[in-house]
Ligand binder design. Structure first.
Ligand SMILES: Cc1ncc(COP(=O)(O)O)c(C=O)c1O
Length: 415
């Protein structure tokens, strides 16, 4: 169970027994745990011995008193797979994909919604609302349905149709907004104030972060298992497709917690923010040496999860990049779709455009030498390609008449 809620800017303590949004300073609140008490008692082996096949195997560092409280659909424990040395992938000795498309609702958003809805339910919430780029909406609808809550989502009107449909099918009220996610956020806030709904905007409530941080815990176990050792391991480089940055900030928090638990040492991976050229506020701020990121003008990208022109956790992401000696890089929409195709055709991974983006960013950083061949590199595929079917094409399917006598000859000519 968490034991504190403090402001990420000034450490001011907030009441953890009440519903909380942003801190009084207008910044994200961070949940804290009594890690000193857990240290030595709660060990990686104890986690490995658990039968719980979800991220809730880490419930000691999640916002519950017992695992029975969790509103869960089995999120987490996603595959961690090596890339085979084919084509451009052969430039890397140890390249892995953490495939978050295996989560319920097919994206990593499931992790955050599981913890946020769990905590909201424990505090008596019956209606939630949120702005979303798409995948968070689908996840919120599912977890709200599971918890028996009403759910209202505000999405840009050009959000991928799959996300709109899954949300509506999950019973959520879908509001299509003629603007960006930042416009959706403002409208959602006003609606929450008027109607008394609980605002689940990412990082504007403390617990989506807690679910997403489990990606960091799992990674350390995954890599140890891959290397056949009991000692938890972290990679040299993590590439993360960044919108609001909750996953990145969450993993960084997880590493800090694991060190306090005595599970890992002080070494950290170099964290890489990957954004689309048409919406890259964090990349720009990082290279401008800024500590916050102003609204990115005319935000546009087909990778809808990356279309976040302003993020409330900007200063936390920039701090994480600098402390980890990481970097921030953009890819174009054409490049990220090339990445989707390469991952599918050369590795068999059916990734979201956001996953395609991190692979292409890794290629670029390998070409410049920022990533060295022998380094262990992890790509986060945060969602499933099926959510983006509207972007995929199949122009070369062969249409045949199965009764035609020359059907096999025609087929042969195309092989
Ligand atoms: C598939 C996908 N990847 C990445 C992101 C960005 O995630 P974060 O807010 O953690 O930066 C999103 C957010 O919508 C997403 O849907």
């Amino acid at each position: 169970m968490h034991t504190s809620l403090t402001c990420s800017l000034n450490g001011e303590v907030h009441n953890l027994h009440e519903l909380q949004g942003l801190s009084r300073a207008g910044k994200p609140l961070l949940a804290g745990y009594d890690l000193a008490a857990l240290k030595g008692h709660w060990t990686p082996d104890a986690v490995r011995a658990r039968s719980e096949r979800s991220m809730w195997r880490f419930h000691e560092v999640l916002p519950v008193d017992s695992v029975e409280e969790a509103v869960t659909l089995g999120e987490g424990m996603t595959p961690f797979l090596p890339c085979l040395p084919r084509g451009p992938f052969a430039e890397f000795d140890s390249l892995y994909v953490k495939d978050e498309s295996f989560n319920p609702t097919q994206s990593f958003k499931a992790r955050g919604m599981s913890t946020a809805i769990t905590r909201a339910a424990a505090l008596g919430v019956t209606s939630v609302a949120l702005p979303s780029a798409g995948n968070a909406a689908g996840a919120a609808a599912a977890y709200a349905a599971r918890a028996g809550m009403k759910c209202v989502i505000f999405v840009p009107e050009d959000t991928p149709p799959a996300n709109i449909l899954e949300s509506a099918c999950g019973g959520a009220r879908v509001v299509l907004v003629n603007g960006l996610i930042s416009d959706c956020g403002r409208l959602c806030r006003a609606a929450c104030d008027r109607f008394g709904w609980f605002d689940l905007s990412t990082l504007k409530e403390p617990f989506r972060l807690e679910g997403k941080k489990t990606m960091g815990y799992e990674l350390a176990f995954d890599l140890a298992e891959t290397r056949r050792t009991k000692t938890l391991q972290l990679p040299d480089v993590i590439l993360y497709p960044t919108g609001g940055g909750t996953g990145l900030i969450g993993m960084w928090k997880a590493f800090d917690e694991m060190e306090q638990l005595g599970w890992i040492g002080p070494a950290r991976p170099r964290m890489v923010v990957v954004q689309a050229e048409g919406c890259a506020p964090i990349v720009k701020a990082f290279h401008d040496d800024a500590t916050s990121a102003p609204m990115f003008p005319n935000a546009q990208t087909i990778a809808s999860g990356l279309r976040v022109p302003a993020a409330v956790g900007d200063f936390l992401m920039l701090d994480c990049l600098r402390r980890s000696h990481g970097t921030a890089i953009t890819v174009t929409d054409d490049e990220l779709m090339q990445g989707v195709h390469e991952l599918a055709r050369l590795q068999g991974f059916h990734c979201a455009p956001e996953g395609g983006a991190v692979w292409m960013a890794a290629r670029k950083l390998r070409e410049t030498g920022w990533i060295r061949r022998e380094e262990t590199v992890v790509l986060f595929n945060t969602g499933a390609a099926v959510k983006y079917n509207h972007l995929l094409r199949c122009d070369d399917a062969l249409k045949v008449d199965h009764k035609a006598p020359d059907v096999l000859d025609r087929l042969e000519r195309t092989l």
